[in-house]
Write a protein that binds this ligand. Structure first.
Ligand code: SIN
Length: 289
């Protein structure tokens, strides 16, 4: 992909890579008016760069959902309450007084479900003057830069993913009672465990990516958490190496899309005293293979 991609339609898209590892900023398009070739070019950029940020957008809730639906079936989050009238949209909201921000800690969206999210589409609405950026890490590179021996060993392994720690911390109790800025729904999904391969093959690119994350991967299949911990800790550290990353700075009207099948991400909670609001829609993916 070159820095300036000319696409076969009336629309021209400027694609500016963010780092040598991943991520691109896209300028010159309106997400509500993409014709089929322009949408294909955008989709291609998502597969090439893992995460793309599109600036200066204005999206109603319906427009955000319609755009997301071009990638596949949009999903309702099994635990976080959606907004009134749009259950598929979650409002990622940190009020100025909140100590915590949703999405802090490396993860791949909804990896605790049987068919984890394919991509996430997040629209920035209220942005702190500084802080609250989002980090992304390229999991193709994470896999490719392991030794041959480690890759061979991981290729046959499965791991258990669950929301049971991320969504049951004592600090989350108030969220189930609707007392916090974001509300959660008590659901059987929280305690459920699902098995996913530790290395997954991306259905579009055919590339292999590491697929474990510290928020939701709790142990290897047929092993205890204690036995799994040393290798998981190594993989979590390795997967988040700085040279696999890019960082997205948000502005009002920024829309960031990422491919959860080959990218982990983490919001940063360094905007105390400021409000931060984003609307997120996720598209259901396939069972990882
Ligand atoms: C998330 O979707 O996990 C959070 C992203 C963000 O708010 O930066």
């Amino acid at each position: 992909m070159t820095a300036k991609a000319q696409i076969p339609s009336s629309q021209t898209m400027d694609v500016l890579p963010l780092t040598g590892a991943m991520g691109a900023e896209i300028r010159g398009i309106d997400l509500t008016r993409l014709d089929a070739p322009a949408f294909s070019a955008l989709e291609r950029a998502l597969y090439d760069f893992g995460a793309i940020v599109v600036r200066d957008q204005k999206l109603s809730h319906d427009e955000q959902k319609s755009f997301a639906a071009r990638f596949g079936e949009i999903e309702v989050h099994p635990i976080v309450e959606g907004i009134d009238g749009h259950p598929e949209i979650i409002k990622i909201h940190k009020s100025a007084g909140d100590a915590a921000t949703f999405g802090v800690g490396w993860h791949s969206d909804n990896s605790f479900t049987e068919r984890p999210s394919l991509c996430s589409i997040v629209y920035g609405v209220t942005i702190p003057p500084y802080g609250g950026d989002t980090l992304f890490a390229n999991q193709y590179l994470a896999y490719e830069q392991l030794s041959d021996g480690m890759r061979r060993m991981l290729d046959g392994l499965y791991a258990v993913h669950s929301a049971k720690y991320a969504y049951t911390a004592p600090t989350t109790d108030a969220k189930y009672e609707g007392k916090t800025t974001m509300s959660y729904r008590r659901s059987e999904t929280i305690g459920a465990e699902v098995l996913h391969p530790v290395v997954r093959t991306h259905p579009e690119t055919g590339r292999r990516a590491l697929y474990v994350n510290p928020m939701f991967t709790v142990r290897f299949a047929d092993m205890s958490e204690e036995e799994s911990r040393p290798l998981l800790d190594f993989l979590f550290r390795h997967a988040a190496r700085e040279d696999f990353q890019c960082r997205v700075r948000w502005y009002e009207g920024s829309v960031t899309l990422w491919d959860n099948r080959c990218v982990m991400h983490s919001a940063l909670n360094d905007c105390q005293g400021f409000e931060r609001i984003h609307y997120r829609v996720t598209v259901q993916g396939e069972r990882p293979v």
